[in-house]
Design a protein around this ligand. Sequence first.
Ligand SMILES: Nc1nc2c(ncn2[C@@H]2O[C@H](COP(=O)(O)OP(=O)(O)OP(=O)(O)O)[C@@H](O)[C@H]2O)c(=O)[nH]1
Ligand SMILES: [Mg+2]
Length: 439
Amino acid sequence: MFHDRATISVLAGAGGNGAVSFRREAHVPKGGPDGGNGGRGGDVVLVCDASRRDLSEFHRGAHFKAKRGGHGEGSQRHGATSPERLVRVPPGTVAEDTGRGVRWDLTRPGQRAVVAKGGAGGRGNKAFAGSTRQTPRMAERGLDGEEGRLELHLKLLADAGLVGLPNAGKSSLLARLTRARPKVADYPFTTLDPALGTIEMDDRQLVVADIPGLIEGASGGAGLGHEFLAHVERCRLLVHVLDLAPLDGSDPQDNHATIEAELREHGGGLAELPRLLCLSKADLVTPEEVEQAVGEWRERLGHEVLDVAVTSAATGQGLDELRSALVRAVPADPEPEIAGSGDVVEAEVTATHRVYRPGVADAVTVERTGPGAFRVTGERVERLLARHDLDNDESLRYLEDRMRSMGVIKSLVAKGFEPGDDVEIAGTVFELDPGAPSR
Ligand SMILES: Nc1nc2c(ncn2[C@@H]2O[C@H](COP(=O)(O)OP(=O)(O)OP(=O)(O)O)[C@@H](O)[C@H]2O)c(=O)[nH]1
Ligand SMILES: [Mg+2]
């Protein structure tokens, strides 16, 4: 089975906690703070790996977690940064997180995408020491790592795609053109999974994709249609394989129109791709009929196709010509430079519906939710809360100071807040009783 879809969950590592510690030395009765910082949590990273063929290893909703960062320790020892958790995916993988509104496209081997960022480590008490706070008994907690649910979708990366009705002879052609061995049989829908083969000629390598036969309505999902049409979206050329002598006695002209209509209906740029028309099974009709058909099709299609080829997978007729036509039609533009080996190329992130507004992370909203109850929202203030242990008086004091300097206390007071009222931040309710600033 060829798996072209999967859903995975990713969870980056949390940051390590900062340490509360004081220097202890034989001759120093009251040592200063020396708690180290927590390390960063590990990222979850998708890596494009040419040795992977499909997404089958991700079946049953795999879960990928990176480890948390090490906690800080005394003697100013910082916690270790946790290693990345690598998830290898085949070239052509599109990863989309609809919840977070982001998408990554992994096409070139070595490309990477950080799909969940590890949480930052917390600072140890050493970092809080200053003239006003000489013996801080507080440290920050590490932040949680990002979490996501990714829809993986594989779109084959081929230079040319073979399209046509069931039984047109696509798989037979792929088998003769390349060393691929797709299943061939005289019933429709023999091919259920897309297959790839490689043509090697004049120092060129050309990847050809054979997809399952298309039927009328394929673009709307009939047969095996829609999904497989998506696979040829990235091709640079389509080879329309047309049976010269259909077993069912159907008219090649109608058959041709059916496929072209489906390609147009599907969208995704398929209709605009350059075409080669390949009249297949030439051995089943007389040479005169072949010649006549070629003439008619050339006239009918004119500049709509690059060329009209004639082939027989049975006798081998026209195969070399088709190979050459393919190599000619697909320009040899060299792969865009990948930086020297060892360098990494980050896959671009596409925001699918998230709109970035600068400053939004800093914005704080204060609302009154009831008598003596308020809610404060905003990324920065929520992160601040996540870092501090409200059961620690010093941490609470520090939090209040920060909220004051961020202008949050002022906004609260403007909404009728009085010291001792309840404040909710990111689901945590606590009694806020800011005294005079401690600094
Ligand atoms: N005589 C003759 N028969 C052919 C030729 N090419 C394919 N066939 C036969 O046509 C039938 C269909 O061929 P396939 O290659 O499986 O066709 P397909 O287009 O891949 O079909 P699906 O995978 O079902 O869409 C098989 O019985 C083949 O043996 C040819 O050039 N000459
Ligand atoms: Mg086939």
